[in-house]
Ligand binder design. Structure first.
Ligand code: FES
Length: 159
């Protein structure tokens, strides 16, 4: 009898005890049944992991409060070793933008100029918009950006 034939366990035991199936065939059949039976559990475990990632909060880090962001004009901090600056996106209400403060020209740390709503580099005058794009000066490319969001009064960043 080929090993891929599916029988209920009670029938397989009866067949084995009647001599119609060798012990090795019975063991193979039993092993195949256990493997097939555990497959839905393995799939369910994988699905629950991807669901929690899809919900997305596992990779976000709290950088500070919205109250501090409003009072100071920006939030600075570190998440997973990455220096970050978060500012409000004035074009969209209740939206925040997160960037790396490292200038893409020569690596100096940019400062947030609240009055001009620009990141300004003190080394060679590079300027960046709140979304990190280059506004002027020698920087060859935008600041690195990160996903950010507001939850309640907390500002969260995904690094
Ligand atoms: S290092 Fe920022 S403009 Fe040169």
């Amino acid at each position: 009898m080929p090993a891929w034939v599916c029988l209920p366990l009670s029938e397989a035991k009866a067949l084995a005890s009647s001599g119609g199936m060798k012990r090795r065939e019975f063991t193979n059949l039993l092993g195949l049944g256990l493997l097939a039976g555990s497959l839905p559990v393995a799939i369910a475990a994988c699905q629950s992991d991807s669901t929690s990632e899809a919900e997305g909060n596992s990779e976000f880090t709290t950088l500070g409060s919205m109250a501090d962001l409003v009072a100071q004009g920006s939030l600075t901090g570190t998440a997973k070793g990455q220096d970050l600056v978060v500012v409000r996106d004035s074009s969209i209400s209740d939206a925040v933008l997160a960037v790396s403060p490292i200038c893409t020209h020569a690596g100096c740390t940019v400062d947030w100029d609240r009055a001009q709503e620009l990141f300004v580099c003190p080394c060679h005058g590079g300027r960046f918009n709140p979304d990190g794009t280059v506004s002027g000066g020698p920087p060859p490319k935008p600041l690195t950006t990160f996903e950010a969001k507001i939850e309640g009064d907390q500002v969260l960043v995904k690094v």
